[in-house]
Write a protein of this length. Structure first.
Length: 154
């Protein structure tokens, strides 16, 4: 029992000193100002995101010049929340985590996302509005559990 209490106190002491502090490169505390979904849609079309992406409500356009013809779906039904942290990261640092559900060679070259880099041409306001627009296109649906048939009893 004494050992248990000692361990408990040690754990509490450790979490008070270091364990709970976020690392300096953590995203904790990051919050975007409010955006406008309609303006976001206009930016989506102006920046030609639809050269590589499909999304409900915007037609796809043919990829310009040498950009590959891709149809990576955005929005739709998802079983885990798509946070604005996820969306911002996907836009400004696409190679950080590649979209799930696609073979690596379809979405990346040598581990780098095929997505265009907008960081030098997109304003922060455009980014904020884009994220609000994209967020509005995701619908959270409950995770469907796989039902296994019960084995017949002995
Ligand atoms: C040249 C093609 C191309 C263009 C143009 C492009 N993307 Fe992408 N995008 C990709 C590819 C390929 C992926 C999948 C790999 C990855 O996750 O980076 C992707 C992934 C994403 C994801 C993550 C999707 C997921 O399911 O995780 C978001 C969000 C996204 N793009 C938004 C945008 C927005 C907004 C624009 C316009 C400002 C844009 N993209 C323009 C190619 C493109």
């Amino acid at each position: 029992m004494a050992k248990f209490i000692f361990c408990l106190l040690l754990t509490v002491a450790m979490s008070m000193t270091s364990g709970c502090d976020p690392r300096p490169d953590s995203g904790k505390g990051f919050t975007l100002p409010e955006g406008d979904a309609e303006a976001g849609k206009a930016n989506y079309i102006r920046l030609q995101c639809n050269a590589c992406h499909t999304i409900n409500g915007v037609d796809q356009i043919a990829a310009e010049g040498k950009t590959p013809e891709l149809s990576i779906a955005l929005g739709g039904e998802v079983t885990r929340v798509t946070t604005y942290g996820d969306l911002v990261t996907s836009i400004i640092n696409p190679s950080h985590r590649l979209a799930r559900g696609y073979p690596a060679d379809v979405v990346s070259v040598n581990g780098k996302s095929k997505m265009k880099n907008y960081n030098d041409v997109m304003t922060v306001s455009q980014l904020v509005d884009l994220v609000v627009f994209l967020e509005s296109k995701y619908t959270l649906v409950p995770y469907e559990r796989t039902v296994y048939p019960l084995f017949p009893g002995p």
